[in-house]
Design a protein around this ligand. Structure first.
Ligand SMILES: [Zn+2]
Length: 120
């Protein structure tokens, strides 16, 4: 489980796989329209059985720029098709409670990219 030390919330859960530029905007409480962002879904299969699903939160404009698919199915160890997406989101993490507060304040749906886990 991912944990982060937040200056506001202390040791708490972490929301990950968010486009880095967006994390920066969220940290600065810049309003982003919910319509301007979207989740890209990656389904990981093991022996043809869905093993787990991971979501990445990106700007719609980014999807257009990079030609990302809305949804990927990964059946092998080879995830190279995801490299351009990972380059944008793998360092995009924020305190889960800060993210939740931002979503509430700015009228976002309760989306949960990556691993979002709230410490008790
Ligand atoms: Zn926080």
């Amino acid at each position: 489980m991912g944990v982060i030390l937040c200056p506001t919330h202390g040791m708490t859960g972490i929301a990950t796989s968010i486009e880095v530029a967006m994390v920066d905007q969220i940290h600065h409480d810049v309003a982003i329209a919910a319509d301007d962002v979207m989740l890209l879904t990656v389904n990981y299969y093991e022996d043809s059985v869905l093993f787990f699903t991971w979501q990445h939160l990106v700007y719609k404009a980014t999807v257009a720029t990079h030609g990302f698919s809305l949804h990927y199915d990964i059946y092998t160890e080879d995830e190279s098709i995801l490299a351009p997406l990972h380059a944008l989101t793998s360092h995009g993490a924020i305190c889960g409670k800060c993210f939740h507060a931002y979503k509430t304040k700015h009228g976002w749906p309760n989306i949960s990219p990556g691993l979002e886990w709230m410490a008790p």
